[in-house]
Design a protein around this ligand. Structure first.
Ligand code: NAP
Length: 253
């Protein structure tokens, strides 16, 4: 029987690239995000190309009730999730704390921390019961080190790093694995979302530097997940070669 992966935030960027590589490797997928149209396109493309089954779910991970209802309402075929990829996340704004917008802070905390916790709580107990499963949390270099204006976003990603460590301790004694993948700069819709759809400003982030592609991260996720079950890649930090820290890249030399 084919394995099943659940990917949050599969409508774009890293999540969509993970869907593609997992489908290519014969994994059936539950793909979730708020933009259902994008998910339907991804389903159509990957089902035809890779002959896997894909279930798209319209889900806002910040909606606690919707998260638990979605998982409890899954058809029997989809109820045993082998791989959970907690990828849904965002940054909003780049203001100093003293100038920060509280709505933006709450959106980042609700999505990057609370959303990840709700989804994990909905999936992890069954994995532990079955003594099998892999959780991948997409954290960030921003969880290891901060940068000016990164304040709340960096704090949420530091929380994700700590949660991965904590969950690894909590599941010890079972064969459940917890993996953290921490990218540096990846060109996705991330900056467009951060800068409220200001295309010009988003484009500038990736000018004169070769950033990572979403596929680079998806390949690392697949590598980590496809290790034998006695091997856990705890934490993988992946940077563009032209970036040496959150603050230092070739543009700033
Ligand atoms: P992206 O292209 O903007 O993708 C973000 C995904 O998250 C979208 O599919 C979006 O889908 C989903 N999402 C956002 N809020 C959601 C919500 N409330 N409920 C459900 N889904 C939600 O950005 P990305 O770069 O691929 O980001 C993916 C992850 O990588 C994030 O956790 C981000 O923090 C992390 N990361 C990114 C970078 C980078 O430089 N790009 C670096 C390090 C870490 P909908 O809008 O359709 O809901």
């Amino acid at each position: 029987m084919s394995k099943i992966a659940f990917i949050s935030g599969a409508s774009s960027g890293i999540g969509a690239a993970c869907a593609e590589i997992f489908a290519k490797n014969g994994i059936d997928l539950i793909i979730a995000a708020r933009r259902m149209g994008r998910l339907l396109e991804l389903k159509e493309r990957c089902e035809e190309k890779y002959r896997v089954e894909i279930l798209p779910i319209k889900l806002d991970v910040t909606d606690r009730k919707a998260v638990f209802d979605s998982f409890s309402g899954l058809p029997e075929k989809w109820s045993n999730i082998d791989i959970l990829i907690n990828n849904a996340g965002l940054s909003k704004g780049l203001e100093k704390i003293q100038d920060g917008k509280i709505d933006n802070w709450e959106k980042m905390i609700d999505t990057n921390i609370k959303g990840l916790l709700y989804v994990t709580k909905a999936v992890l107990p069954e994995m532990i019961k079955r003594n099998s499963g892999t959780v991948v949390n997409i954290a960030s270099i921003a969880g290891h080190e901060t940068y000016p204006g990164g304040n709340v976003y960096c704090a949420t990603k530091a929380a994700v790093l700590q949660l991965s460590k904590a969950i690894r301790m909590d599941v010890l004694g079972s064969d459940v694995r917890v993996i953290s993948i921490d990218p540096g700069m990846v060109e996705t819709e991330f900056s467009l979302v951060r800068f409220d759809n200001d295309e010009q400003r988003a484009k500038q982030v990736y000018e004169n530097i070769e950033p990572l592609r979403a596929e680079d991260i998806a390949e690392a996720v697949w590598f980590a997940v496809s290790r034998p079950k006695h091997v856990t890649i705890e934490d993988m930090v992946i940077m563009p070669t032209q970036q040496a820290s959150t603050m230092l890249n070739i543009k700033k030399l």
